[in-house]
Design a protein around this ligand. Structure first.
Ligand code: ZN
Ligand code: ZN
Length: 187
């Protein structure tokens, strides 16, 4: 996918997308040196902002395939990991050399980010991490309250019954209100 196609996929051009594109591209360039063709990649992203759309296009790691993992750390860090070699690269966007005043102009910043050299905006380090669990098909069981089937790993227990998360939260509110003797659910 070209950068223009990625912009179309994302829906707009923005500094975040440019940032993610540069990070993902830098990671892939570094990975190529020790990666064989068909080896499966896993990406771990430490934020869920615009740039992750670029990462999905560049690396092929997507949420739907289960090889894109989100860690909610609020950091500009992507780690791309090759399953077979157990080696990966960690890309940190530091933006150290973004010129003064450029941050206020989103278009100019986006353009600048696309043309800056890697070392002015990010760092790439090689890393080895314990292998992330492969995506697997889990059994589903029906929620005792709404009857809809739920992945086993997401089932909660309430009054010794299996229950889905939304029902669990609703029921908890109801129990609290009942205990306080004030309210009825939905009111
Ligand atoms: Zn965006
Ligand atoms: Zn339910």
């Amino acid at each position: 996918m070209t950068y223009d196609e990625i912009v179309q996929f994302h829906g707009h051009e923005c500094p975040g997308l440019a940032m993610g594109y540069r990070m993902a591209t830098a990671a892939m360039e570094t990975l190529e040196s020790f990666r064989a063709e068909d080896e499966e990649l896993v990406a771990i992203v430490e934020n869920d902002a615009c740039g992750v759309d670029a990462l999905q296009c560049v690396t092929g790691c997507t949420f739907g395939k289960g090889n894109l993992l989100f860690r909610d750390y609020g950091k500009h860090v992507y780690t791309i990991y090759c399953r077979s070699s157990r080696l990966g690269v960690r890309v940190h966007f530091h933006g150290n050399e973004i010129p003064e005043g450029l941050r206020e102009d989103r278009n100019a910043l986006a353009n600048w980010l696309m043309s800056a050299s890697n070392d002015r905006i990010l760092s790439v380090t090689q890393t080895s991490i314990p292998e992330p669990e492969p995506a697997k098909i889990r059994e589903s069981i029906p929620c005792a309250f709404c009857g809809e089937s739920v992945m086993e790993s997401r089932i909660q227990q309430l009054h010794e019954k299996p229950i889905c998360i939304p029902c669990y939260e609703k029921q908890q509110k109801f129990d609290q209100n009942t205990a306080a003797g004030t309210d009825t659910p939905g009111s």
